[in-house]
Design a binder for this molecule. Sequence first.
Ligand SMILES: Cc1cc2nc3c(=O)[nH]c(=O)nc-3n(C[C@H](O)[C@H](O)[C@H](O)COP(=O)(O)OP(=O)(O)OC[C@H]3O[C@@H](n4cnc5c(N)ncnc54)[C@H](O)[C@@H]3O)c2cc1C
Length: 160
Amino acid sequence: MPRYHMNRADLAITDPEDLRTILRRGKYTVIALCRENEPYVVSLSYGYDPAKNALYFHCALKGLKLDFIEQNPRACATVINDMGYITGDCDHAFRSVVLWGEMSLVRELDEKKHAVEVLLNSLEPDPEVIKKRSPISDPSYDKVGILRFDIREMTGKRRP
Ligand SMILES: Cc1cc2nc3c(=O)[nH]c(=O)nc-3n(C[C@H](O)[C@H](O)[C@H](O)COP(=O)(O)OP(=O)(O)OC[C@H]3O[C@@H](n4cnc5c(N)ncnc54)[C@H](O)[C@@H]3O)c2cc1C
């Protein structure tokens, strides 16, 4: 798909490590899905896996977003490191990325376990506390919905 260049090239973040830092710092993303001519936007907490260049999500095993993904896996998402509105400057300080890629439901047990590790390590300051408090047995993973967003393209922008 042809892409526009960023209007303000001076605000673009292009260093891959800077882009990864935004994803590491983010806690949730807003994902745009589409089926036929119908859009759907959904917010999800995520874990970032730099080795796979992917985001992982935990979710229920049914629902509107899964219906959309089944019909069309292509997705666009944004993650914002929000540093707040700058009062008096009519400006907002942020670092953000826009991601393009595909969503899929993870079915294999080993990858589900990996995804839960990634999620806990990304979201929790002390993942071991949660693991001890709420261990997940192998059969229980059948009831755990895990989605993966494979990142194909990523752009970054900052202000100021
Ligand atoms: C910051 C944040 C983090 C979240 N993290 C997770 C997460 O990690 N895992 C997870 O499963 N969910 C998370 N949610 C909730 C998520 O946004 C969805 O509500 C949920 O995943 C159900 O989505 P669904 O498509 O299956 O909706 P369904 O349960 O099928 O419901 C669809 C209907 O509910 C409405 N709806 C769905 N979500 C919302 C919403 N957030 N606000 C208002 N209306 C809504 C839709 O417009 C539609 O009418 C998070 C929400 C926020 C705001």
